[in-house]
Design a protein around this ligand. Structure first.
Ligand code: ZN
Length: 334
């Protein structure tokens, strides 16, 4: 949980976050280093505000190798007109900016995985400082939060928006309404392997309506998944009462992740053959992937079978796989 009594954040916004109109600026994170003694990391931010209304906080690039969010959000920052807004939209298209510029999941500066660094710390490494700024300076301003993710270089997902199952059922219902409004082809009541340190967890603990996504992967974007991202952010802003206009109707299918049996992990290195395509239904016991040994001919491959009935929601992306990698994620159609 966010803690009080911490020193102030070293990050400063170069624009006011509470002014009317359109502002483009930076979150300036001081970062002294060999090639720039008094240097900074300049994280782009835009604020579009008009009159009274709720605040949406929209972020992409939490992981640096996921592109649908940054594409949709740089675009929105360019085009959103204040006269179409009631309230405020805060856009940070590439939140872990050093990671985004390097095209890597984690920061090249400190190896920080931003989505495992929350609530962060103002005197920590740069990634921890970004998390702390979001926790203490941005999240308190927000009513609704959208954090874009995709699979990055090592995973590929069916395009979905998601919320988490929470103890607070009233908050959970508001979150699932927002996920439905986003209108991705799939909507997921999501189970996390490892929720400690996630932006999601901190935002949910602060009572926010928090929507996340997984929109594809492989370290790039696709035409369909970018369309889903653009439509989703539009729909979410209309749903929140911030953006004038109509939601673009889009049917969605709900998925549940009932437990650990959703996840399959590799037990050895090799070359992966995914036996079914994303979104395909499987029955318990069906083969979902084979890992072929690559050292010699004549050695048997290892077959991974579905531990439950469901659909393939995610798969390992590159052709080579290592022991411990996530091979597949199954989900059940709700
Ligand atoms: Zn991610």
């Amino acid at each position: 949980m966010p803690v009080s009594g911490l020193p102030p954040s070293p990050i400063q916004a170069t624009i006011p976050l509470d002014a009317e109109g359109v502002r483009h600026g930076f979150l300036r994170l001081p970062y002294s280093r060999d090639d720039s003694a008094w240097g900074s990391v300049m994280i782009p931010i835009a604020v579009i505000a008009n009159g009274d209304g709720p605040t949406a906080l929209l972020t992409g690039g939490n992981h640096g190798d996921e592109y649908e969010g940054p594409i949709a959000l740089f675009d929105l920052a360019r085009t959103l007109r204040p006269e179409d807004v009631s309230g405020r939209v805060i856009i940070v298209p590439a939140l872990n900016y050093p990671a985004f510029r390097a095209g890597t999941r984690t920061s090249p500066i400190d190896k920080g995985n931003l989505n495992r660094s929350f609530p962060g710390h103002p005197t920590g490494q740069p990634t921890a400082k970004i998390a702390d700024y979001v926790t203490r300076s941005l999240l308190p301003l927000a009513d609704v939060v959208l954090d874009f993710h995709s699979g990055g270089r090592t995973l590929d997902f069916v395009p979905f928006a998601a919320g988490h199952i929470l103890d607070d059922k009233e908050q959970e219902a508001r979150i699932f309404d927002a996920v439905e409004a986003f209108g991705a082809p799939w909507s997921v009541k999501m189970l996390e392997i490892d929720a400690v340190g996630m932006y999601d967890t901190t935002a949910e603990q602060l009572g926010k309506v928090f929507v996340t996504t997984e929109l594809g992967g492989g370290g790039t974007s696709r035409a369909e998944t970018v369309r889903v991202a653009r439509r989703g952010v539009h729909n979410l802003l209309v749903h929140a009462g911030i953006l004038k206009g109509e939601m673009e109707q889009a049917p969605t299918r709900w998925l549940d992740m009932p437990g650990d049996e959703c996840f399959t992990f590799a037990t050895d290195d090799g070359m992966i053959e995914t036996c079914i395509d994303l979104g395909t239904a499987v029955r318990e016991g069906d083969p979902i992937a084979r890992i072929h040994p690559v050292g010699a001919t004549g050695t048997p491959s290892l077959t991974y079978r579905a531990a439950m009935d469901g659909v393939l929601a995610a798969r390992h992306f590159p052709g080579l796989v290592k022991a411990g990698d996530c091979v597949a994620v199954l989900a059940t159609v709700a």
